[in-house]
Design a protein around this ligand. Structure first.
Ligand SMILES: [Zn+2]
Length: 367
């Protein structure tokens, strides 16, 4: 079992720009790491990366998403300022005054989001997205164009990576580079061993813009019997959210999802009961804390998998995260290490496939 974190790996993963639909820098890095380990690694037409670790037992696919929320240039004003289009649910609350990276070229141009001077901002609400503008220092549209900026130019949060009180990590894009980190870390430990399952690691695109649709071609290619998503979820442990809809908190272990749901839609996820129960059993036997999650307002890349192929038993493991979709997302290192150890225990233990698939809600003790 691992006892610590590879902070350099996570720092690097979060520093990469991977706007939804433009994940190439993240995919290239992940592909390189997996190929270096000698794993059979593939990239599909839309950019999903999968790697196979042969073993014995059922076909298990672990999934993380590579993309992050952000923006793109919608148009360039005559005076050189940029209008933005939001891609995915980037935080609007955290937008004014932010430092952003504008990817007109291989290396980013710094840009700042315009903010009304406080002297003039008494009783003024933050502007709607249509009024938000970015200042890259260009004085005219021609100057911005000469910098390589066009409609569609990718914009990401500028990277940060700080330790808070030596136990929490603050960075952009922890959602879901933390999942990518955990899967890569697992690959490093298992590339020359045989797990108790046929293991596939899937790094998917466009979760922040299209939820789980990108996971479908991967499921078609891999045909897993079991799938577990590894992603971030909302923590409700800050002063503004205590007594919120869940008790999920940092430092209490990863969360196992019972369900999630996007209000006003029929989109969401109900975890497979047998697989969830197996994950809970393995955590309990390994002495690893796990929280249960029932949450409205978000969903994940694994949401379509129960209905993919001939039906896939699917579970979702979530790392509690504060300030989601902002440039200062925060998670607890203990939760990462626990998730790491839990994935290790799952991959290394035998899979009672019949019991998992036939598990019924009746006759099992409630925790
Ligand atoms: Zn996510």
């Amino acid at each position: 079992m691992s006892a610590s974190m590879d902070l350099d790996l996570l720092r690097h993963l979060t520093s990469l720009p991977g706007l939804s639909g433009f994940e190439r820098p993240v995919a290239d890095f992940i592909f390189g790491r997996l190929a270096e380990l000698g794993l059979d690694t593939r990239v599909d037409t839309i950019g999903n990366v999968t790697a196979h670790i042969p073993g014995s037992g059922p076909r298990l696919m672990l999934i993380a998403h590579m993309d992050e929320v952000g923006f793109m240039v919608r148009k360039v004003y005559q005076n050189g300022f940029l209008a933005v289009q939001r891609v995915g649910g980037a935080s609007q609350h955290a937008l004014s005054g932010q430092l952003l990276h504008v990817w007109a070229d291989e290396s980013p141009l710094p840009g700042v989001v315009g903010v009304l001077p406080q002297h003039l901002a008494m009783d003024v609400l933050p502007p709607p997205l249509e009024k938000v503008y970015i200042d890259v220092g260009a004085s005219s549209r021609e100057e911005a164009f000469a910098l390589g900026i066009r409609p569609g130019t990718v914009i990401t949060h500028a990277p940060t990576f700080e330790l808070l009180n030596k136990k929490m990590i603050c960075a952009k894009a922890l959602d879901d580079r933390i999942g990518c980190y955990l899967l890569l870390h697992l690959a490093e430990r298992w590339h020359n061993r045989r797990p108790e399952c046929e293991l596939w690691l899937a790094f998917v695109v466009q979760e922040e813009s299209h939820l789980g649709r990108a996971t479908l071609p991967v499921a078609r290619a891999v045909k897993p019997q079991l799938a577990i998503g590894v992603d971030a979820t909302l923590a409700f442990d800050t002063p503004d959210l205590t007594d919120g809809q869940t008790d999920v908190a940092l430092g209490e272990g990863p969360a196992i999802k019972v369900m999630d749901h996007l209000p006003g839609t029929l989109w969401g996820f109900l975890g497979h009961e047998g697989l969830r129960s197996h994950v809970e059993d393995v955590a309990e036997k390994s002495g690893l804390p796990l929280q249960r999650e029932i949450v409205a307002g978000l969903s994940t890349a694994v949401a379509p998998l129960p209905f993919a192929e001939e039906g896939i038993a699917t579970a979702a493991l979530s790392l509690p995260l504060r300030y989601s979709h902002s440039p200062v997302e925060v998670l607890h290192m203990d939760d990462v290490v626990t998730a790491d150890n839990l994935l290790e225990a799952l991959v290394g233990s035998t899979w009672p496939l019949d019991r998992i698939l036939r598990s019924s809600p009746r006759g099992r003790r409630e925790r």
